[in-house]
Unconditional design. Structure first.
Length: 332
């Protein structure tokens, strides 16, 4: 959903009752997903999506709890929301970011809310950096440093006013270019990770488990699965989950697809679930039906400048608009 459509829908949806829209939709379970929280701007994220502040997130939780009972992902998979007949929400957090330990977990513990944190294996302990975060760091640098902008422009052979948009368009297949551009902008990714840790450490992940939270996989290094063949996708899911089981002794097998599950063949989804490789597979398509309890579509909560209730109102309103057209089901 683009920004213009979202703005129009959110404006109309504000006038609607969320209670009524939930009832009309027949969708009493929502799956909001986030990445992190921070009290200030984060250079590695701020040029990609909105970073929510802890106090705003706490207010969102308070509002969400007025409408939904919080469930763990495992409890949802066991059908506990059906037994209780209540509206439910299942919270997940992608990328395994440091803010999840510093800010998210304490607030969830305070509210008694379960959650699942999905990790990129190779980035735990800050041993690597997602290529999109590298792009954001470079955008941050060239925006503040004219010399860096000129150097990057010369390297890319483009005008200086095109540098930021060009950096934002670099995809997974061109990720190595971001490493080549780092010296031009005098950017040291390893140094940034040392002094401003982006990801959780092994100890912090173990702490989350001890506190009763669940963890799952988000691929080894956040690659673009739409560029992979079916067997490569299955291999990535298997190896990512196997590594987490070995390192943390987890019994569950949750996997959230990087970016999106769009384009993943239905056969692959079925095989991963039916063979027991994954207990649950998660996408990011918003409020959607999949026909499979264990194939879950989640609602992005940081993409637009809306609070949690406004975001859900827009999602439910959009869902109701599409219902007569039969466009609320993921077709595999």
């Amino acid at each position: 959903m683009n920004e213009g459509i979202r703005h129009s829908l959110s404006s109309m949806a504000r006038l609607m009752s969320l209670d009524r829209m939930i009832s009309w939709s027949g969708q009493p379970v929502v799956f909001p997903f986030y990445h992190t929280l921070a009290p200030e701007s984060l250079p590695h994220i701020s040029h990609l999506y909105r970073v929510i502040k802890p106090d705003a997130f706490e207010k969102d939780l308070d509002q969400l709890l007025k409408y939904f009972e919080a469930l763990s992902l495992e409890d949802y998979l066991k059908g506990k929301e059906e037994k209780g007949g209540k509206r439910s929400m299942v919270l997940t957090f992608d990328d395994g970011l440091k803010g999840c330990y510093d800010f998210v977990a304490p607030l969830l513990i305070k509210k008694g809310i379960p959650a699942t944190f999905l990790l990129n294996n190779k980035f735990i302990d800050n041993k690597g950096l997602f290529y999109r975060y590298k792009a954001s760091l470079l955008i941050h640098r060239v925006r503040d440093d004219c010399r860096a902008r000129e150097n990057v422009a010369a390297r890319l052979k483009i005008d200086g006013n095109q540098v930021e948009s060009a950096l934002g368009m670099i995809g997974w297949g061109q990720a190595a270019l971001l490493d080549d551009l780092a010296p031009e902008a005098e950017m040291d990714y390893s140094g940034y990770l040392r002094y401003s840790p982006v990801y959780m450490s092994t100890k912090e992940v173990k702490d989350l488990l001890e506190w009763g939270f669940e963890i799952g996989a988000h691929s080894s290094e956040h690659m673009d699965f739409t560029r992979l063949e079916a067997e490569e996708i299955k291999g990535q899911v298997k190896s990512s989950l196997k590594d987490l089981k070995k390192r943390f002794g987890i019994k569950t097998a949750y996997f959230s697809f990087p970016f999106t599950s769009d384009g993943i063949p239905g056969k692959v989804i079925d095989e991963l679930l039916e063979e027991g490789t994954a207990r649950a597979l998660l996408g990011t398509a918003g409020l959607k039906q999949t026909g499979r309890r264990a194939f879950i579509q989640r609602i992005p909560m940081e993409k637009y400048h809306l609070n949690a209730i406004e975001t859900l109102k827009a999602e439910y309103f959009y869902y109701l608009l599409k219902a007569p057209l039969g466009r609320n089901r993921i077709r595999l």
